[in-house]
Design a protein around this ligand. Structure first.
Ligand SMILES: *[C@@H]1O[C@H](CO)[C@@H](O)[C@H](O)[C@H]1NC(C)=O
Ligand SMILES: *[C@@H]1O[C@H](CO)[C@@H](O)[C@H](O)[C@H]1NC(C)=O
Ligand SMILES: *[C@@H]1O[C@H](CO)[C@@H](O)[C@H](O)[C@H]1NC(C)=O
Ligand SMILES: *[C@@H]1O[C@H](CO)[C@@H](O)[C@H](O)[C@H]1NC(C)=O
Length: 281
């Protein structure tokens, strides 16, 4: 009896061990567990070991992927290695977007605008809520984003949207819905990624065109993680209600040194005064 009991217990422990092991394996698993290539006619692909998703762009087409799940508040982390050398005219993206009617859609954008060899990429960010965007902020990076993978994150909660680069917050867009500023909080969104050509505007305002002799252009993505960040989520992520003093200080450093455009200081664009959230703490 005793023997039979302990061997059953052993089987139980083994099964439990396996069950507990599964989520851990999935988290460190294949990138196509969470993402699927959706367009580009073969220009997007996942490496056989499932670790790297590659997007490419040539004169005929770019390519893209999407996240299999939708979220209403999430924290996503994704490592990206951008196109090396002359990437002028190209745009590599990673963005959240809702699926409803365009006129009232929500969106959180990270777009990496390429540049000629030796000149910095621009990370363009924007937030759309209920169909209205126009909240652009742009950054240069404090490293060369083409020589290695770096982690880009979006923390989208009921309180704020925070964009992070290698764990350093560079932008916080707070929920001021109570003061009449639209905030993405009522529509589920999905994460998308893409690589496409925008030579008419992307680089130095469209002055520098894409050098197609360098094609195909290739960007790589790996280590995608997404966590539910809804108020009901048992596992909290990131900053929770508000950024602490250390995070504020890190963000100030990034903004003081690397922000190259802020709609909230663009007097030419807003001669009559900036949008209301620019005046809110
Ligand atoms: C691209 O840049 C790498 C180093 O960043 C260099 O080794 C390589 O030769 C360059 N390729 C071209 C086509 O310029
Ligand atoms: C969203 O925009 C539409 C008009 O496009 C407006 O009727 C509606 O009240 C807005 N909703 C919110 C929550 O602001
Ligand atoms: C490209 O390099 C120029 C010159 O350094 C810089 O002004 C610009 O912000 C860079 N990025 C883009 C997208 O043009
Ligand atoms: C993968 O991403 C997770 C979460 O962002 C991070 O903790 C981990 O260090 C990353 N792994 C690698 C190999 O960079």
């Amino acid at each position: 009896m005793a023997f039979s009991f302990s061997s059953r217990a052993c089987v139980l422990v083994l099964l439990l061990g396996l069950c507990v092991g599964v989520p851990a394996l999935a988290a460190a698993g294949r990138i196509d567990d969470g993402l699927e290539v959706t367009w580009g006619n073969g220009r997007g692909s996942v490496s056989p070991d499932g670790q790297v998703l590659t997007l490419s762009l040539d004169h005929t087409s770019g390519s893209g992927f999407r996240c299999k799940d939708t979220y209403l508040f999430a924290r996503v982390d994704l490592q990206i290695k951008l196109i090396p050398n002359n990437s002028a005219g190209t745009v590599t993206t990673c963005y959240f977007m809702s699926e409803g009617p365009w006129e009232v859609h929500d969106e959180i954008d990270l777009e990496f605008l390429g540049n000629v060899t030796g000149q910095p990429y621009t990370l363009h960010t924007n937030v759309f809520a209920n169909g209205t965007g126009g909240k652009e902020q742009q950054f240069h990076l404090w490293f060369d984003p083409t020589t290695d993978f770096h982690t880009y994150s979006i923390e989208w909660t009921e309180q704020h949207v925070v964009v992070l680069v290698d764990g350093t917050p560079i932008r916080e867009f707070k929920n001021h819905a109570g003061q009449g500023v639209p905030y993405p909080s009522s529509q589920r969104m999905r994460l998308y990624g893409s690589l496409w050509d925008a030579e008419d505007w992307a680089t130095q305002g469209g002055l520098v065109k894409t050098d197609w002799s360098q094609a195909p252009f290739v960007a790589q993505y790996r280590n995608f993680t997404a966590a539910d960040a809804s108020p009901a989520a048992a596992v909290g992520s990131g900053y929770g209600q508000a950024m602490d003093a250390t995070a504020q200080q890190a963000m100030k450093w990034a903004r003081d040194n690397y922000m190259v455009y802020d709609y909230c200081t663009d007097t030419k664009r807003f001669p009559q005064g900036y949008p209301p959230e620019c005046y809110m703490a």
